[in-house]
Design a protein around this ligand. Structure first.
Ligand SMILES: Cc1cc2nc3c(=O)[nH]c(=O)nc-3n(C[C@H](O)[C@H](O)[C@H](O)COP(=O)(O)OP(=O)(O)OC[C@H]3O[C@@H](n4cnc5c(N)ncnc54)[C@H](O)[C@@H]3O)c2cc1C
Length: 442
């Protein structure tokens, strides 16, 4: 028997692709979807922060387009950075046109200086993120965007982070593109998501729901509380039926790996300690509905400056007008925080309101018709030196015991919905292979 824990996209995709192989899927919440859930409030549909679909893998794109045939809309990205009281297009490094001339000059000269600096000989796991920024983008871009923005997002000094995750998220431009961007000349799209897809109705939850057509045996309200890895027994707290124990041949876990290891009571102490040292930041996702149409014409905006408490704000009704009542707008706003720090909801909303007013997005008399705060406990995992050393050993120990830890927090990585679906699919294909089946029988 295969036991899957967590019905986010990774767990749903694993179940969906196991067709024919017996499994049971356990989810602690009443609904499936994990981070890709949506909810209704006062006539608005909100996601648990902005969730937009972009693809690099043809098979996953085809799968999602098949699951949501006729229900996806394509959008050409309208994402901006707000700094020096100016909007510039994302990504910053190739779009400095419009900023004060001395800022553009610092960015250009800093970037040009990187072209003659010898490349680092350190591996990405050894080189700090701060060093990567300075080596690849230069002093000016570091000062005016990369460092303040990333410190706000990660909540730690950037020399504590490694650079082994940056390659696809932070594109390194060519000189021609940086110069064109400083002069306002556009001849190509940049970044990993120049366009994206989004469901026309129902929010992003339309995607996990679509998987349910090919998934059975889902047990809602069942939280994994303990795993006996030697006996291959997983114990769940079932909201309706109390404690239940499941025997498994293979356990597929998509819950955060530190949570999994903490529940595996018989793992070596060194592994348990290594998992405790994995760090992440949490995000307050504040969803707002306002009684005014078109508060912004953009999809989302990054805020690097300290004057604004949030690092990003987005406008869901610009992806799908069905997400709110006519004559209204909705926003999602994101504020990173240390998992141990708690800010009261009313304080958060006040800070956000005044930040949005300062940025000229809200008017002084803006009528907020609904406001809701969700705390995403595990939002962004920190790629630090501890992770680089500890994670491979943790995952190898789990695999040796028949436990596959997958998904964004199972692999403890910075990955997308597409990656979560892809990991579930590929693991299911592996588990269906004849060798795997023989190993399970043995
Ligand atoms: C702020 C933010 C913005 C993002 N924006 C985008 C975006 O625009 N585009 C994009 O592609 N990706 C985005 N992502 C990433 C995307 O959300 C994830 O890659 C994807 O949702 C991960 O799916 P998953 O199944 O791995 O994990 P999850 O969605 O976390 O699913 C894990 C499941 O396990 C369940 N669970 C946890 N503990 C237990 C337990 N003990 N017992 C039983 N069940 C348990 C949870 O309830 C959950 O349902 C964003 C992520 C964040 C944090």
């Amino acid at each position: 028997m295969i036991v899957i824990v967590g019905a986010g996209l990774a767990g749903l995709s694993a179940a969906f692709h196991l067709n024919g192989v017996p499994y049971r899927l356990f989810e602690k919440e009443q609904e499936v979807g994990g981070l890709c859930r949506s909810y209704q409030l006062d006539g608005f549909t909100f996601d648990i922060t902005g969730h937009l679909l972009h693809f690099r893998q043809a098979d996953i794109r085809a799968l999602v387009e098949g699951l949501l045939t006729g229900r996806l809309q394509k959008h050409i990205r309208r994402s901006y950075i707000y700094s020096h009281q100016t909007y510039t297009e994302y990504p910053f490094q190739v779009n400095t046109f419009g900023l004060p001339p001395e800022v553009v000059r610092e960015c250009l000269l800093g970037f040009i200086a990187t072209l003659t600096t010898p490349a680092s000989t350190k591996s990405p796991e050894e080189r700090s993120f701060k060093a990567w920024i300075l080596e690849n983008l230069g002093e000016g871009m570091a000062k005016h965007f990369m460092v303040p923005f990333n410190e706000k997002l990660w909540q730690v000094p950037l020399d504590e982070l490694t650079s082994d995750w940056v390659s696809w998220l932070v594109p390194k431009p060519e000189l021609k593109d940086v110069v064109n961007g400083a002069l306002g000349i556009k001849d190509k799209a940049f970044g990993y998501n120049p366009s994206f897809l989004y469901p026309s109705q129902g929010g992003i939850e339309a995607l996990p729901r679509a998987f349910l057509g090919g998934v059975s045996n889902v047990h809602h309200g069942c939280e994994l509380i303990e795993v006996d890895t030697a006996r291959r027994r997983a114990t769940f707290q079932d909201k309706c039926h109390g404690v239940r124990t499941e025997e498994y041949d293979t356990l597929v876990s998509t819950i955060p790996v530190p949570e999994l290891v903490r529940r595996c009571t018989d793992l070596p102490q060194a592994i348990r300690e290594a998992a405790k040292g994995l760090r992440c930041v949490s995000v307050y996702n504040v969803n707002l509905g306002v009684a005014r149409e078109g508060v912004s014409d953009k999809h989302w905006i990054y805020f690097p400056e300290r004057d604004y408490p949030f690092y990003r704000a987005g406008f869901p009704m610009n992806f799908s007008s069905a997400l709110g009542p006519p004559g209204c707008s909705s926003l999602y706003v994101e504020i990173s925080h240390q998992p141990t720090d708690v800010v009261e909801t009313s304080v958060l909303i006040e800070r956000i309101k005044s930040g949005l007013e300062k940025a000229g997005i809200f008017r002084r008399d803006e009528k907020i018709v609904t406001a809701d705060v969700r705390d995403i406990r595990y939002a962004y995992v920190l790629f630090d030196r501890h992770r680089a050393g500890a994670l491979p050993a943790i995952l190898a120990e789990l695999e040796a015991k028949g436990i596959h830890s997958i998904g964004r927090y199972g692999r403890w990585e910075h990955s997308s919905m597409e990656d979560a679906i892809g990991q579930g699919k590929r693991l299911a294909e592996r588990l269906k292979s004849p060798e795997s089946a023989r190993a399970v029988r043995a």
